[in-house]
Design a protein around this ligand. Structure first.
Ligand SMILES: NCCC[C@H](NC(=O)CCC(=O)O)C(=O)O
Ligand SMILES: NC(=O)OP(=O)(O)O
Length: 323
């Protein structure tokens, strides 16, 4: 694995999940694998889970970890080619990445959608510059259109919670990615990425969202989309709750009829579905306290699995560096 920015960067998802579950059994099995190597974790946006789980994963492998909370601690970066930098930005991303090349064996970066210009976000205007200027492997810690370490952790979590003998069960789990309300425009990365990874799993995926909130067709592909949440939830085994803004009318939040917050009442339509969310979650807006704190929730397990998705990816990249 050279870089890790999408599901396209892995060869075999099932063997990656197997490896992650082995790492989970014994996370300290290879304490010197990353010895004398340095990973730089660069955050252009806020984080709790990604920052801490990546740090734990790197430390478990003996990597040196540099963390730059760039939005708060570093110089204001310029991303435009040929910019005359006589205003607010202090350092060009080209120079920043060239310097990171001097310090790091792996560069990991979080660069959310800026939600100002659809083309910029769809074309990954920030991540693409890291990929262009980096001379070392680049890992996405969530970019404008994808959150691959989250989606990989989601695959691990679904696998752990669908342990039945698939042959005797004779059916795939039904997984529903449902839109949920929010108070402000939210990016598409988590939802896009979840759809993309689920399309590579042995599951029946459906997406539920209100009219006006269809995701980018590039990510939806042939996944069935329901505009009636209750209909989509019927017989679900897993319900993944997530807000996103309009893709078509980019970053708009058109009015929604009815209440899309996930409640225990709505779970009655499901097969006692397990509930998932990437966190952070707006309680009693996206889902009710009752759901969040119920036996159905596997949300903290998902957060824990962020360690093992990251450790598996770092481990694969270290294998590549030493080959
Ligand atoms: N990294 C996981 C999710 C990040 C982001 N959430 C947020 O921006 C929440 C912000 C808020 O709730 O105000 C998202 O959903 O794409
Ligand atoms: N799920 C997730 O990526 O959380 P953070 O934004 O806190 O890293």
């Amino acid at each position: 694995m050279k870089n890790f920015t999408s599901v396209e960067d892995i060869n075999d998802l099932q063997s990656m999940i197997k490896k992650a579950l082995e790492i989970k059994e014994n996370p300290l099995a290879e304490p010197n694998k990353g010895k004398a190597k340095t990973i730089g974790l660069v955050f252009l946006n806020s984080s709790l889970r990604t920052r801490l789980s990546s740090q734990i994963a790197a430390q478990n492998l003996g990597l040196n970890v540099l963390i730059l909370n760039a939005s708060q601690e570093a110089w204001n970066l310029e991303f435009a080619d040929g910019a005359v930098m006589n205003s607010g930005t202090v350092e060009h991303v080209k120079d920043a990445v060239e310097v990171l090349n001097q310090y790091c064996d792996i560069i990991a970066v979080r660069c959310f959608a800026r939600m100002q210009n659809k083309e910029d976000d769809v074309n990954e205007s920030i991540l693409s510059q890291f990929l262009k200027y980096a001379k070392v492997p680049v890992i996405s810690l969530e970019s404008a259109t994808r959150h691959p370490l989250q989606s990989f952790a989601d695959c691990i979590t679904i696998t752990e919670n669908w342990p039945f003998d698939r042959l005797t069960m004779n059916r795939k789990p039904k997984v529903v990615l449902t839109w949920a309300p929010h108070i402000k425009p939210i990016a598409h990365a988590v939802a896009n990425s979840f759809a993309e990874w689920m399309q590579n799993m042995e599951v029946d995926l459906v997406i539920a969202n209100p009219e006006g909130y269809d995701l980018d067709p590039k990510f939806v592909k042939n996944t069935p989309v329901f505009h009636d949440q209750n209909e989509a939830l019927k017989d679900a085994d897993f319900v993944y709750v997530k807000n996103w803004s309009s893709f078509e009318d980019y970053a708009a939040i058109p009015e929604v009829k009815g209440n899309w917050m996930l409640t225990q009442e709505k779970l009655k339509f499901t097969r006692e579905a397990k509930v998932m969310h990437c966190l952070p979650v707006r309680r009693n807006v996206e889902l009710s306290d009752e759901v969040m704190d119920s036996e159905n929730s596997i949300i903290y397990q998902q957060a824990k699995n962020r360690i093992f998705s990251a450790q598996t990816v770092f481990s694969e990249i270290l294998d590549e560096l030493s080959s």
